[in-house]
Design a protein around this ligand. Structure first.
Ligand code: HEC
Length: 121
């Protein structure tokens, strides 16, 4: 345990912040990603209209994507931030990796991505 914390340290230091908890990442998603990726990650609006982002709940579409690439895209953005903004200022590599594992990979159609109201930070 202690060793893995030490390994994570440089990534945290370079982003200037402590790693975000899963709840913080969910709040981050709700604030920054929903307008293109939908509340549930399906890239559909409340009215069912297709938004501009990738559908994370489409298993066939997501199957061939690698976690490392997904995390990279989140930090770098797409097409110089014009298609999707870059989030490297807000998310460390560890944060982006956790966001992929805990949110993008667990997105389910109709299940809103939101922090648990009773959970602390
Ligand atoms: C301005 C709209 C917009 C915002 C905001 C946005 N995205 Fe995207 N995102 C896109 C578009 C467009 C794509 C590409 C869709 C496609 O290829 O069909 C995409 C693709 C992705 C992909 C797939 C990348 C790949 O390699 O296939 C991930 C993961 C992703 N976004 C995560 C996020 C996360 C996490 C956030 C919030 C922190 C976010 N996006 C915010 C528009 C957005």
């Amino acid at each position: 345990m202690r060793v893995s914390l030490l390994l994570l340290l440089p990534a945290c230091l370079s982003a200037g912040d402590a790693p975000k908890s899963v709840n913080e990442l969910k709040a981050f998603f709700a604030a920054n990603c929903v307008r293109c990726h939908g509340v549930d990650g399906s890239a559909r609006g409340a009215d069912g209209k297709k938004l501009s982002g990738q559908d994370f709940t489409d298993a066939r579409d997501m199957a061939h994507k690698k976690d490392v690439k997904l995390a990279q895209t989140i930090r770098k953005g797409i097409f110089f931030g014009k298609v999707m903004p870059a989030f490297k200022e807000q998310l460390s590599e560890a944060d982006a990796t956790a966001l992929v594992a805990e949110i993008v990979r667990k997105a389910e159609k109709g299940k809103a991505i939101a922090p648990a109201p009773d959970a602390g930070k």
